[in-house]
Design a protein around this ligand. Sequence first.
Ligand SMILES: C[S@@+](CC[C@H](N)C(=O)[O-])C[C@H]1O[C@@H](n2cnc3c(N)ncnc32)[C@H](O)[C@@H]1O
Length: 296
Amino acid sequence: MSVEGDGGADGEPAVPVSWRELLGEARARLGSPNDARRIVERASGFDGAEYHLRLDDAVTVRSAAHFEQMVERRATGEPLQYVLGAWSFRTLDLYVDSRVLIPRPETEVVVEVAMAELRHLARTSAVALDLGTGSGAIALSLAREVVGIEVWAVDRSPDALAVARANLAGLGRAGARVRLVEGSWFEPLPPILRGRIDLVVANPPYVAEAEVDDLAPEVAHWEPRAALVSGPTGLEQIAAIVEAAPRWLNRPGALVVEIAPHQRAAAISLARDAGFDPVDVRPDLAGRARVLVGRV
Ligand SMILES: C[S@@+](CC[C@H](N)C(=O)[O-])C[C@H]1O[C@@H](n2cnc3c(N)ncnc32)[C@H](O)[C@@H]1O
């Protein structure tokens, strides 16, 4: 513990508490050891072994203010991911805030399935389209993990695209192969892409209006409604994508769409009606039917 006026580890003015004391305070206020630790890691900048080694360091005035602001926000119910302003998705450390859906583990499986479809297509240079890109989680993962791929990413929300753009800026060289476009599903794409897209992947809104009350309060209150809610049935946006995708897909080509488990039968029938064959639904890590796959 340091005394007021002492320098913090980086020579900045410090407050008379250690990170260990702030950790205890955050645990008591939030009732969650995990959230408390994540907030201390974020405010201190310590991670891995450094975190344990430096818990007794002096806290700088600036870090203490950041810590206090994060604990306050979390205490009001704001999701941890928005409070931290960062969340990991596959190999990425994404910036996230309340303009975008928080990327979920099941969507990491969607990317895994999409990459397996690309391997099956075995093209030397593939073109992929991520519909409803949000934070850019799917598009940027594909760009980073698939050598030489060209990725188009669409979202109707200019706010979401601003977040995707910030994440794209942090992607490095792979970012040069990603294009972000504003508009509804296929509508903003240049006509030259018709019949040239090898993979269409999407995590569209698929919650029915009547299901909104069943969402966890943290989700319903904080995450963007336009990212969650599809319309009266929940299937409207999946149907729009499945129906239009064949006109944009190369032959052979693949469609990979995240769905809710109870939409399995309806999604399969939509894909068959649109001309996909074969059609399959793959499970997420918990074994729930989650990923619609159709080939043309
Ligand atoms: C469930 S979020 C998915 C975000 C991100 N792909 C992910 O998996 O974390 C759905 C996204 O679709 C966008 N969206 C909703 N309707 C759209 C439409 N008609 N055209 C394009 N994007 C749309 C929303 O703005 C939101 O960013």
